[in-house]
Design a protein around this ligand. Structure first.
Ligand code: UDP
Ligand code: MG
Length: 297
């Protein structure tokens, strides 16, 4: 059995060496015939890349991918997975928020036949209240609107088997949302729990705009619920409009209280509004099917 560790790095100059030392120590303690560390430099603007190039070890192969610019975390991890050759592949952050020592526990779980062992965080230290709250809300919301069983409170820190990697490589989508994709491919999955540490040095590479983009990728790749909202709104609004139409007619002809012209205006507005929403909903259903086909999974 061989092991690969994929590490996306973006401006992590001060974290690379401590991470490397801890990873080498952990990986050496495991009985793999061969192990490799695959660093993916995601267009760092600091000295990260030159530090990565200096890394070497007698026991572990060190390889790197140097992307031409900053493509974002998910793309970086995907590039690493394309290069990794191990029978088991670990995905881990470079900032030591994910403790490398947990890898032994994860490897142990794969021995009982699991293809995916993800790390579920029971506590997150050193992250802002807003980040934790939005993450908590997002994963719960996502799990409500998708039929894919995406585990909540997990990041990409996990170990996956070769056949999961091969399945991921066959997913041609451009917008990567790995935690969703890994859930989608199936196989036996389990988890270990851990407390997420603070980032050791440097700043988060996930700006708010990157997080919003990431959330939108997750929603649009794994749920067609937003497309269905037009249909839903169309039927609800049409029903309300129908009741209002009855009322308009009632007040015009029975109660005889009305402004001249009001009934005809309100009736046409309600009618056309309902028709428009339902029509958009029908288009939404077609787009829904088109996007399922285009994803080509
Ligand atoms: N990262 C990356 N490209 C980016 C942003 C982040 O490769 O555009 C890497 C980063 O170096 C780290 C991991 O992805 O190894 C997680 O990023 P970060 O710690 O900044 O995110 P947070 O933990 O704050 O959500
Ligand atoms: Mg981090």
């Amino acid at each position: 059995m061989t092991l690969s560790v994929v590490i996306p790095v973006y401006n992590e100059a001060d974290n690379i060496r401590p991470l490397f030392e801890r990873l080498v120590a952990v990986v050496n303690g495991l009985n793999f015939t061969k192990s490799e560390l695959v660093f993916v430099n995601d267009g760092s603007t600091d000295v990260t890349m030159s530090i990565v190039k200096e890394l070497s070890s007698n026991e572990v192969d060190v390889r790197f991918v140097d992307l031409s610019r900053n493509f974002g975390h998910q793309v970086a991890v995907t590039a690493g997975l394309d290069q990794a050759v191990g029978d088991l592949v670990v995905i881990i952050d470079a900032d030591l928020q994910d403790p490398p020592e947990l890898i032994s526990e994860m490897v142990a779980k794969t021995k009982s036949g699991y293809d995916v062992v993800y790390a579920r965080r029971i506590k997150r230290k050193g992250e802002s209240f807003l980040k934790k709250a939005t993450a908590k809300f997002f994963y719960r919301f996502l799990s409500r609107i998708t039929s894919v069983d995406i585990p909540i409170d997990t990041g990409d820190f996990r170990i996956i088997s070769r056949r999961v990697v091969e399945a991921l490589k066959q997913m041609p989508e451009r917008e990567k949302f790995l935690r969703g994709q890994i859930a989608w491919v199936g196989f036996d999955q389990t988890f270990v729990e851990y407390e997420r540490d603070e980032r050791v040095a440097g700043n988060t590479g996930y700006t708010w705009s990157k997080m919003v983009g990431f959330a939108l990728d997750g929603i649009t790749s794994f749920s067609n619920f937003p497309l269905r909202m037009a249909t839903l709104a169309g039927f609800i609004m049409s029903f309300i409009a129908f009741l209002l139409m009855l009322y308009a007619l009632y007040s015009r002809f029975i109660l005889q209280v009305y402004e001249p012209g009001w009934t005809s205006v309100i009736l046409s507005v309600l009618f056309i509004g309902g028709i428009q929403l339902i029509t958009i909903g029908i288009i939404g259903e077609y787009i829904n099917r088109i996007s399922n086909n285009v994803r080509n999974r």
